[in-house]
Design a protein around this ligand. Structure first.
Ligand code: GAR
Length: 209
């Protein structure tokens, strides 16, 4: 099984969805550790409850962004991960980090990229009058929320939606999309080549709730 380190900053519900999928011995990947940049991130307790090792790297404990990231990379390298899953990790990783793990870093973003990258994505989708929203699991490249999509899933935007209700609906498809994307990459059915996601064979679809 491929060794995965998940990076979180918050509640870790996507990390948990990956860990639950990986509880099946037939799943091609396992979560070997969870790294957080926030003390007390809800996901840390959830990971520990599953017996997954956790590490926390607070930015304020380091003199620079580079020193913070160097510590993270050192701990990461020691685990020899095959793949890294950013799961609600709210920090931009450097180009050096991206190239060190080229094609092996996945991220989930709660919009149909390339629409609405960055923060406040649900409110921006509502303000733009979108009738559908969704999520994207993609390979990480240097730009924020860029990089080729592996799996996308759509949900409707309803007339009374707030950013909160829309976020909750998108999250339900995130929890199905991320395990699927991780499985496809871990099995070698999707890989990044020349900046594109290349698939072998037909890929399964996620239909929105
Ligand atoms: C998820 O909706 C994820 O897509 C989003 O943060 C949430 C984390 O929830 N990520 C981003 O906005 C990254 N740009 P979780 O901690 O419960 O998985």
């Amino acid at each position: 099984r491929k060794r995965v380190v998940a990076f979180i900053s918050g509640g870790g519900s996507n990390m948990l969805a990956l860990a639950k999928a990986a509880a099946d011995p037939d799943f091609p990947a396992e979560i070997v550790a969870v790294f957080s940049d926030k003390a007390g991130a809800g996901g840390l307790a959830r990971a520990e409850a599953l017996g997954i090792a956790t590490r926390t790297f607070l930015r304020k404990d380091f003199t620079s962004k580079d020193a913070h990231e160097a510590a993270i990379i050192e701990a990461l390298d020691a685990l020899s991960p095959d793949l890294i899953c950013l799961a609600g990790y709210m920090r931009l990783i450097s180009g050096a980090f991206v190239s060190r793990y080229e094609g092996r870093i996945l991220n989930i973003h709660p919009s149909l990229l390339p629409l609405f990258p960055g923060l406040n994505t649900h409110q921006r989708a509502i303000d733009a009058g979108m009738r559908i929203a969704g999520c994207t699991v993609h390979f990480v490249t240097e730009g924020m929320d860029e990089g080729p999509a592996i799996v996308q899933a759509a949900v409707p935007v309803l007339p009374d939606d707030t950013a909160g209700t829309l976020a909750a609906r998108v999250l339900t498809v995130e929890h199905r999309s991320y395990p699927l994307a991780l499985r496809l990459v871990a099995e070698g059915k999707v890989r990044m080549e020349g900046g594109k996601a290349v698939a072998t064979g037909d890929l399964p679809r996620i239909d929105g709730a």
